[in-house]
Unconditional design. Structure first.
Length: 384
């Protein structure tokens, strides 16, 4: 057992940290306030290899192990939750689905474009009437003799209005509910396919979230991704990895809040001494540091297991559940330590709190993680 980062991992961490200090942190507040997608950062992320980190080298990516991707995601989140979510979802959901389930032709056609940043990836499962309950999905794909025809609506889709390559889950055998879903690759500009309303959010303002509309979208069978009715089974594998990403994002935001709070406590004087001298503040910071580390260890375990080729249904849920809950509390406590200043935009901690809440919701809410974990404890016959 080894808890040390390797020399390569330290170098990776330092490189991404330096990149963020130069290209992301100085712009994060402006991007948040503009509530617009920061297109200018995309080529820079691509140049550093971060848009292809989940893509094998033979398809133009950097093919990083998941443990290394977790390091990158933590660093990005520490700097800006929105840029972090863009990178995490592009890699783990869209590219990840094509990598896991795609044919050789699909991988050759799409993965190099995704790795180079020529196209951003988006992934659509959620619908207006179907979030935690995928079995309620209504988007359909019907085989009409020589082509598929997709109809329906997706919502909450990250990169929904800025993406170029979309993976869409649609029902192909409705009576089988979520077990009758199939994935399809849809490209921007495809007839009948368009982004709908952009969603206004509490946080992650510089991450694009939009509805998708599919009206008689005609696709050849070559655009089917994975086996017929296998979309949800593949989704479970993808989310096992994606949840490790969201957990890393939570750790990064919490670490950011902790570092801001420590720095502030050292320089802010009240009652004649620095806040850091007050034991009540020390205890808050000690708890925050402990919780961030504990969550990171669960993230590393899950990522390491994935890198050994082991499935991690429970380990990913545990990491995400602990990290997301911990991070919301830690960001909230950081505001408390900064007092009134923490409540202003002068410091990034209020943004961290607004951004981090997503980690308790996206890729399965806290409640869904607990349901999945309970299923592993009791087996589906008991939990239903
Ligand atoms: C910023 C953002 C980005 C997102 N990006 C994507 C994306 O790229 N692609 C995509 O497909 N989706 C995306 N999502 C959607 C996200 O995955 C869903 O919001 C999430 O799965 C929850 O679904 P819901 O919002 O419909 O909530 P609901 O499922 O309606 O749940 C509402 C509440 O009820 C609880 N609940 C539901 N069922 C149960 C139960 N059985 N027992 C106990 N409690 C329950 C939930 O935990 C939650 O607290 C994104 C969401 C956000 C906010």
């Amino acid at each position: 057992m080894n808890f040390e980062l390797s020399e390569e991992q330290r170098l990776l961490q330092a490189t991404v940290r330096e990149f963020c200090a130069r290209e992301v942190t100085p712009n994060a507040r402006r991007w948040d306030e503009a509530e617009a997608f920061p297109h200018e950062v995309v080529p820079k992320l691509a140049e550093l290899g971060l848009l292809g980190m989940n893509i094998p080298e033979e398809y133009g990516g950097t093919g990083m192990p998941l443990a290394d991707q977790a390091i990158v995601i933590e660093e990005l989140a520490r700097s800006d939750g929105s840029v972090c979510l863009t990178v995490a979802s592009h890699n783990s959901l869209c590219s990840g689905h094509i990598k896991i389930a795609g044919s050789e032709a699909q991988k050759q056609r799409y993965l190099p474009r995704l790795a180079s940043g020529e196209a951003l990836g988006a992934w659509g499962l959620t619908e207006p009437g179907s979030g935690s309950d995928a079995s309620a999905a209504r988007t359909s794909a019907e085989w009409r003799g020589d082509r598929w025809v997709l109809n329906g609506q997706k919502t909450f889709i990250t990169q929904g209005s800025v993406g170029g390559v979309f993976v869409i889950l649609a029902s192909t055998t409705p009576e089988k509910k979520q077990r009758g879903m199939t994935a399809f690759i849809v490209e921007k500009g495809q007839r009948g396919f368009r982004a709908g309303k952009k969603l206004e959010k509490l946080g992650l303002h510089a991450s694009d979230t939009a509805e998708l509309i599919l009206e008689e979208v005609e696709l050849p069978d070559e655009q089917r991704l994975g086996a017929l009715d296998h979309g949800f089974t593949d989704t479970l594998r993808i989310l096992e990895r994606g949840r490790i990403g969201i957990a890393s994002m939570a750790v990064g935001l919490a670490r950011g809040a902790l570092e801001e709070a420590v720095a502030y406590a050292k320089q802010r004087v009240q009652f004649g001494v620095a806040l850091a001298k007050h034991q009540a503040i020390q205890a808050m910071l000690a708890d925050m540091a402990t919780q961030v580390d504990a969550a990171r260890l669960l993230v590393r375990r899950a990522a390491w297991l994935q890198d050994q080729g082991v499935r991690t249904p429970s380990e990913s849920s545990m990491a995400k559940l602990i990290a997301a809950r911990m991070a919301t509390r830690v960001c909230d406590t950081a505001i408390q330590i900064l007092g009134g200043y923490g409540y202003t935009r002068e410091f990034p901690v209020e943004r961290y709190l607004r951004d981090v809440k997503l980690c308790e919701i996206g890729e399965g809410t806290n409640e869904v993680q607990r349901i999945l974990l309970a299923r592993h404890l009791f087996g589906p016959t008991v939990t239903g």
